[in-house]
Structures are given as C-alpha cells and as structure tokens.
Write a new protein. Sequence first.
Length: 117
Amino acid sequence: VQLQASGGGLVQAGGSLKLSCAASGRTFSIYQMGWFRQPPGKEREFVAALTWNVDNTYYADSVKGRFAISRDNAKNTVYLQMNSLKPEDTAVYYCALRPTVTTWSYWGQGTLVTVSS
C-alpha cells in the first residue's frame, strides 16, 4: 500500500487548509485511515481517524470542532479539513492506514502545515 499526502502549506491563523491522502496498491482491506502530526521538536501525535466501513470518526481533543476527517471511497482517499487554524497546529502531517485494528502499518510521506500568527 502506498499513501500520497498533499495539501500542506502556509496559512495565517484563523485560516483553513484541506489535506488529502490517496491510497493505492493493496487497498482492499482498510480498517481505518487517519492523520497524525509532528510539531517541531515534539513527538508524533494522533489527530484524527476514520473507520472505513462504518464511517466512525475520532479526533484528538486539541482539534475537535475545528478539524473534520472524511473520505471518498471510490478514490480510496481520506481528507482532513482544517479550520480555525492556530500557530500550535504547525506540524508535519502524516496520513496513515491500518488494515486491521492492531497497528498503523502504512504511512505517507508527510506534508508540512505552517500557521503564522
């Protein structure tokens, strides 16, 4: 499975960005797709996830009400709509896929989001 993330960039605080992540290859078994981020000098952290077959969504407390994860089944693509962005949202954002509940097995290359104050 290959994951290709895109959509990062520079935005002012209060602005919006939409990230995309397209999965290709052996995508017949997707349990969840999600987004993680790694702020400068910090460890990678969970942002949001979507359970593929039932469309359940999960969010980190820090992004609830501001970010929304969604999908396009036909394109095997997951999106992250980020609104009301804050400087502390600055990070490299990674998409990930897990075919089962156990582990995030596949990772995209990361896309940088920079939020200026």
